[in-house]
Design a protein around this ligand. Structure first.
Ligand SMILES: [Zn+2]
Length: 173
């Protein structure tokens, strides 16, 4: 039996953390664990493609790439239900809302990560997907309206052409 109130499971963007028990707002969920790197070593790790670096401050960064760091499976969201905070050189994830079993536990990685790693227009969080879907639906509707208008205009033109050809046929008779 795990004491953790969550499990690692399949999420939209790979793996994610999912609540298995109700988690109350402000409750500590998990520690973001890993060796501490100094600024220089962190830069080197980043250049090497390490995507699990958590910068505590200018001096210290946690290398969270280890598989025993389950917190690393927590995905980013622009509408998070958790956030990270540090106590000296340790980092924890806590709930910022009441979280229901089955909910994915997500936190905001910060604007730098969103811009540089995820790419602002690639964010797969539920808020961004909803926003993009809404925008796509609006564009679809706009296109449909335009097509309907063109169709009306075309058939009106055809009707007018038929009318005038009838008239000229009459005149000829
Ligand atoms: Zn997002």
């Amino acid at each position: 039996m795990s004491r953790r109130p969550f499990r690692v499971g399949r999420a939209r963007t790979g793996l994610g953390l999912f609540a298995t028990k109700p988690i109350r707002k402000n409750a500590r969920i998990v520690e973001y664990k890993g060796p501490l790197l100094t600024g220089k070593a962190a830069q080197k790790a980043e250049n090497g493609g390490n995507r699990y670096l958590y910068e505590i401050n200018k001096r210290w960064t946690i290398d969270g790439a280890g598989r025993d760091n389950v917190a690393r499976y927590g995905n980013h969201s622009c509408n998070p239900n958790a956030d990270s905070y540090n106590v000296k050189k340790r980092v924890f994830i806590r709930a910022i809302k009441n979280i229901k079993p089955g909910d994915e536990i997500v936190y905001d990685y910060g604007i730098d990560y969103l811009k540089n790693v995820i790419g602002k227009s690639n964010c797969q969080c539920s808020r961004c997907r909803k926003r993009r879907n809404k925008r796509a639906a609006e564009l679809r509707l706009k296109r449909q309206r335009k097509e309907a208008r063109l169709k009306r205009e075309r058939s009106a033109k055809r009707a007018a052409a038929r009318k005038s050809s009838k008239k000229s046929a009459k005149r000829k008779a």
